[in-house]
Design a protein around this ligand. Structure first.
Ligand code: HEC
Ligand code: HEC
Length: 90
């Protein structure tokens, strides 16, 4: 007479696994698209839409530096390649 038959333990572990995976999927599905604003389509940004990405990125800092007209927030992620995160709406 063992306390828990091994089969029931396996079933429980499987259920826990499925719940964790579903939770992760839901998290990934919900999180990224909502937090990263796209490149705005206004007169400040219009001319970057046709420009080569790397070339366009060399201009961002002229306005988005700490003392520019639109400084980044304190908790902005690392700014290495702006347009990899801030996609241009096609
Ligand atoms: C001529 C100045 C100027 C340049 C150059 C510029 N921006 Fe901006 N940007 C602004 C201003 C002003 C705002 C805030 C008002 C707005 O949304 O347009 C802004 C807002 C933004 C936002 C926030 C949008 C939002 O919904 O919160 C992002 C993202 C952004 N810029 C990315 C970029 C990137 C990437 C580049 C380089 C390719 C760039 N900007 C170059 C002036 C500039
Ligand atoms: C690793 C991804 C990533 C990169 C690279 C990146 N950003 Fe962002 N940016 C974000 C996210 C995420 C937000 C939203 C932050 C928030 O809402 O707190 C954001 C927000 C912004 C905003 C809105 C104001 C603010 O600070 O919240 C501007 C403007 C902006 N980014 C400009 C830029 C520029 C210019 C560059 C390149 C110099 C750049 N970003 C590079 C992810 C990125």
């Amino acid at each position: 007479m063992t306390a828990t038959p091994p089969k029931r333990k396996t079933l429980l572990l499987n259920i826990v696994f499925v719940v964790v995976v579903l939770g992760l999927l839901l998290f990934l599905w919900n999180a990224p698209p909502e937090t990263t604003p796209r490149l705005p389509q206004d007169e400040n940004h219009q001319h970057f839409f046709t420009m080569d990405r790397k070339e366009a990125e060399s201009f961002c800092e002229s306005c988005h530096q700490p003392d520019g007209i639109s400084p980044l927030s304190q908790d902005h992620p690392p700014t290495y390649r702006c347009l990899f995160c801030h996609k241009r709406p096609e």
